[in-house]
Design a protein around this ligand. Structure first.
Ligand code: NAI
Length: 482
């Protein structure tokens, strides 16, 4: 089997060399095709951080094992890590956080075991990076949460939980505030949960989840979250088990998967041969299991656990009284412990059952659309305008443009209604949302354009959003106080 390998930037080449040395010593039956991705590829002028040859190889092989990569700051280029996950639709980011004996934490000292798997949605949310500044004072980000995207990752989480024999799966969210976006994610979670009655499913608001994770982490098993919340919560979980040096990550898609550590390029220690390769090694072990290389995975994991239990450590953790091993020494200690069984968490030696990573090739982009809804209609429009004037004054001007089809129903600023009711204690910024609704029946796009043209005589219109109705259901939120 052949896989694509990108060494990465900063500590990437050092920890990748250490992990591949361990693989080679264990005669892992893999061939590596090294691909060009990362900072130096950006510097050569490839704006997406990878060469066309690298993209071709990864799409052919279906599997990428990668070191951390740096995104050049202030050059307007997007993160290669996020680009890779999004381009190849690796929609589920699985991160396993387990107590490792030999890695002391407050919980290990208190005898509280941790085994939490975070499944983070990996494509959507604010990670689209779709941002605009409608005025000099206002920056906006579009947050995409979609039904097909949410269903994909949530189904993956339930299937994974079932295979793992999980007792509990929890959805972390903020649907009390973001009723449509996080509300949709939670709705999808509840829909999928019905197909898995044998697993206890529940949901927790994300702030409460963080508090509960640091007080009773042993109560959680699998937690599924949207992208940004999942990113933050998984770093919190990394802290629970000893830090980023122990946090592996698998980006799973239907065709291509990417295995990498959670941590970054650690520029402060790069080139010193002192980085901890454990997170990348754990990611590599997860990759071996993904490829059906169960025996290699178990031997290497047992050797790693044995090494940690015996007190061998790199500088970022462990007993300070025992001198730290460097990256090379740490990986050699693991190799010397092949065949040994750790006292805690030993993995059974199952035979290798290799699988082919890429099952089939695509010849067009997959369109993911859920069932068509009936009785869709346009009920109005939100016009986002730039103005430094007072709400009452704006309302008077807007009413002149409403004509016979529209009713001016609300003006809000930063999501808080300031007209027809509001408070003079609400601070304003120079971008308003002016909401018009239909006076009588359905509107069409020409009606909206007519209003746009008329209103543009008085205001700079920064953007607009249609107010859709699905049957009786409003497909838009109300302003605070509306
Ligand atoms: P970082 O994870 O690289 O470093 C944070 C701290 O953890 C540093 O003190 C570092 O020395 C330490 N650390 C990280 N990994 C370690 C290891 N294996 N052994 C010992 N200590 C370790 O995060 P930072 O500094 O925010 O990001 C640096 C660069 O990495 C940025 O360019 C960022 O964009 C990139 N990055 C890349 C990621 C990826 O490739 N998936 C993920 C996160 C950041």
């Amino acid at each position: 089997m052949k896989i694509a390998v990108a060494k990465g930037d900063g500590i990437g080449p050092e920890i990748m060399a250490a992990v591949l040395k361990i693989f080679d010593a264990n005669k892992v039956p893999l061939e590596y095709e090294f691909v060009d991705m990362g900072k130096w590829v950006f510097d050569k002028g490839f704006s997406n951080g990878m060469t066309p040859e690298a993209q071709h190889t990864i799409e052919e092989l279906g599997l990428l094992f990668k070191g951390p990569m740096e995104t050049p700051k202030g050059k307007g280029v997007k993160s290669i890590n996020v680009t890779a996950r999004k381009t190849w639709n690796t929609y589920a980011n699985k991160r396993v956080f387990q107590t490792l004996h030999g890695v002391d934490t407050v919980f290990s000292k208190a005898g509280i075991p941790i085994d939490i798997t975070i499944v983070r949605e990996n494509i959507e949310d604010t990670y689209g990076g779709i941002e605009h500044m409608p005025t000099h004072d206002v920056a906006l980000s579009r947050r995409f949460i979609t039904r097909p995207g949410s269903l994909q990752v949530i189904k993956y989480a339930f299937e994974m939980a079932k295979k793992k024999g999980t007792k509990r799966i929890t959805c972390g969210h903020k649907a009390n505030i973001m009723k449509l976006t996080d509300g949709l994610f939670l709705e999808c979670f509840n829909e999928v949960a019905k197909e898995y009655p044998e697993i206890k499913s529940d949901d927790v608001i994300v702030d409460d989840l963080c508090m509960k994770l640091v007080t009773r982490p042993d109560l959680f098993d699998v937690v599924v979250l949207t992208n940004l919340q999942g990113d933050i919560v998984s770093d919190l979980c990394a802290g629970l088990v000893g830090g980023l040096g122990f946090a592996p990550s698998a980006n799973i898609g239907d065709h291509i998967s990417i295995f990498e550590a959670v941590h970054g390029t650690a520029p402060d220690i790069a080139g010193k041969n002192i980085a901890n390769p454990t997170a990348l090694l754990l990611s590599g072990i997860a990759m071996l299991r993904h490829l059906g290389l169960m025996e290699n995975a178990a031997i290497i994991e047992n050797a790693l656990l044995f090494t940690l239990e015996s007190g061998v450590h790199t500088g970022d953790f462990g007993d300070k009284k025992i001198p730290a091993a460097n990256t090379t020494e740490f990986s050699e200690a693991i190799i010397n412990n092949f065949g040994k069984t750790p006292e805690h968490g030993a993995k059974p030696l199952l035979p290798n059952m290799p699988v082919t990573p890429t099952l089939f090739k695509l010849d067009h982009n997959s369109m993911m659309v859920s069932k068509e809804l009936q009785h869709e209609k346009i009920n109005g429009v939100d016009m986002f305008i730039a103005s430094g004037e007072q709400p009452e004054f704006i309302a008077k001007k807007c009413q002149r443009h409403a004509g016979v089809k529209f009713n001016l129903v609300s003006i809000s600023n930063r999501g808080t209604q300031v007209w027809p009711t509001g408070s003079i204690y609400t601070n304003l910024v120079n971008e308003y949302n002016v909401r018009f609704e239909s006076i009588d029946g359905e509107l069409n796009q020409q009606d909206i354009i007519g209003l746009y043209v008329s209103l543009s005589g008085d205001f700079k219109i920064c953007s607009l959003e249609l107010l859709n109705l699905w049957g009786d259901k409003k497909a838009y939120s109300l302003a605070q106080g509306q």
